[in-house]
Design a protein around this ligand. Structure first.
Ligand code: ADP
Ligand code: MG
Length: 255
């Protein structure tokens, strides 16, 4: 495959996805395409459906209608094993959710060993490669409560990477952090992007999103209102809702 063809490869595709919680219609016909090795940022007001959209991509939430494809496989077709899907799609949340009673090394190796059947030695060797990459090797035998929030979140990212996913989903991964710890987590995400990992990130960090994303989608009330390159969407938004949202973001000093 030529690099141009590879660049065009659609790794994730959502077609006309609808999702309600009871009477609350949260996604109202979302279409989204994520090319392999690209970074897609999801922005929009609180409650617009960003988290739900991410959760529908890895089947943490079943969609009501529409389809989700990952790597050409329709996840929303009957008979797809959701656990299999989740092995291919890593997700990191605002809250780190590390297992408090396990060391950092065991937090990272648990799923590869239990779910993928990797032996202890190779799982630990792989974990140390990731700990080295993110500057956390010296924390391997520590327990989560000895780490700062930024370090814990980086471990949560490593833990997801240890499953060797094809895609990583990030849901407001810096929102629970003290401001001085945000940078180290954003650097970790930036590093993954530089390595060519396919990323979808819901974020309030507009400056970061503008820097790292190849495409940005603005959501409002369960719809993608506008989508484009960050250069275009942040500097020359077309839709009045996007314009208003970005004006507020700028007023709040967040862009
Ligand atoms: P965002 O991430 O953009 O803030 P969410 O996807 O979290 O938006 O939420 C969109 C809407 O869906 C909100 O009205 C929220 O209350 C609702 N919602 C999200 N998850 C659930 C759930 N598990 N059960 C019921 N309602 C939910
Ligand atoms: Mg959210």
């Amino acid at each position: 495959m030529s690099s141009a063809e590879q660049g065009d490869l659609q790794l994730i595709e959502l077609r006309d996805v609808f999702k309600s919680f009871g009477k609350n219609e949260v996604l109202k016909g979302v279409d989204l395409t994520v090319r392999a090795h690209s970074v897609v940022g999801l922005i929009g007001p609180s409650g617009s459906g960003k988290s739900t959209l991410l959760r529908c991509i890895n089947l943490l939430e079943p969609v009501d209608s529409g389809s989700v494809f990952v790597g050409g496989v329709e996840l929303t077709a009957g008979g797809v094993d959701a656990d299999d899907v989740r092995k291919r799609i890593g997700i990191v949340f605002q809250s780190f959710n590390l297992f408090p009673h396990l060391s950092i090394l065991d937090n990272i190796t648990l799923a590869p060993r239990r779910v993928r059947g990797v032996g202890r030695r190779p799982a630990e060797e792989a974990a140390y490669v990731l700990l080295d990459r993110f500057g956390l090797r010296d924390k391997a035998s520590s327990f989560p409560d000895r780490l700062s929030g930024g370090q814990q979140q980086r471990v949560a990212i490593i833990r997801a990477l240890a499953m060797e996913p094809e895609v990583m989903l990030f849901d407001e991964v810096t929102s629970a952090l003290d401001p001085e710890l945000v940078g180290e987590v954003l650097s970790a995400v930036r590093e993954l992007a530089a390595l060519g990992m396919t990323l979808v990130l819901a974020t309030h960090e507009m400056g970061f999103c503008r820097d790292v994303a190849d495409q940005v989608a603005f959501l409002k009330d369960g719809r993608i209102v506008e989508q484009g390159t960050p250069a275009k969407l942040f500097s020359d938004p077309q839709h009045p809702d996007t314009q208003q949202f970005l004006r507020r973001v700028i007023e709040a000093g967040r862009l």
